[in-house]
Design a protein around this ligand. Sequence first.
Ligand code: 3EB
Length: 333
Amino acid sequence: MLNPSVDSPIQIHLQPADQAPAVDEFTLAQFTFGEEMYTQPEAPSLLRLGLKPLAPVHTQIETWRCAQPVQRGFEQDVGYAHSSEILFGWTHLDEACFDDDMEKAAEYAYERIMQLHRDKGFAHLLRIWNYFPRLHEERDGLDRYQLFCLGRHRALERVALTEGALPAATAIGTHTPGLMIYFLAGREPGRQIENPRQVSAFHYPRRYGPKSPSFSRATLKHWGEKAQLYISGTASIVGHKSLHMDVRAQLDEILANLSSLIKASEPDLAHLQQDPARLSLLKVYVRHAKDLELVQQHLQSRLSQSLPVLYLEGDVCREDLLVEIEGLYAGTT
Ligand code: 3EB
């Protein structure tokens, strides 16, 4: 049976807890946010992400729903749920099992993830989220984010994933233990969108780390006639350089980056360009909770009030970056 209320293979909504739909056979995933990271192999669609919600004040739930019924499972450290059209999966690892070596943990995580989505017949990664603590902690002259990039790169290299197949991504530092990675994969590829204002992350110069970050700026995914856009975590980076010390100036640069990306995905998303309020979700990662009010005020003055925005406490990959924003256009059309 089809789900009549969902008109594309996946729809994503952020709602106050009392308005979120109950979990049923069409639920691909449902996320809550809090101080701890919590997953269960027996209930792979239900995740609690260890990112502290800063705003809105009322508890928010993010729900991913499918048009087709969902099957779920857990195999070799990867939980998953999929309809006939789209696969969601995650791995949640205790780094102590890898001698607290982020390079090894990331490599293992990506190996497992790629094995699973390929085995299930969803050969193309569309979007991926990476969360782990102590991002800037150094070991042998490299910080944990750089080590993560090394491990991820090695795993992708092993399956010969080319630059052109890299999905959109987020990588954010948490304050809770454990490496958490979740993703979406499809049977057909999406289109990679790069940002004309930014050097592709996979071509960043070596000064940012021995292996450049393996992600694209956005994935444009066509489902029949309709298109969705999955926008990567976007920071105040122009070319390859971080810009501005001030959080408001960083926000304006991020908004310019987001507009530029959305424009680069035209004409497929022409309607979105005319009405950015039709984005279904923005997540704003704020490094210092004390900046929340400033960030919120500034964004409220620049964005439509109807746009669902979730503010989360999180560390951005470079220490000079105070805020990062990701966006999804995957709501009701
Ligand atoms: C940047 O543009 C900011 O390593 O997967 C954003 C999104 C960032 C994803 C990743 C890193 C990643 O470089 C950092």
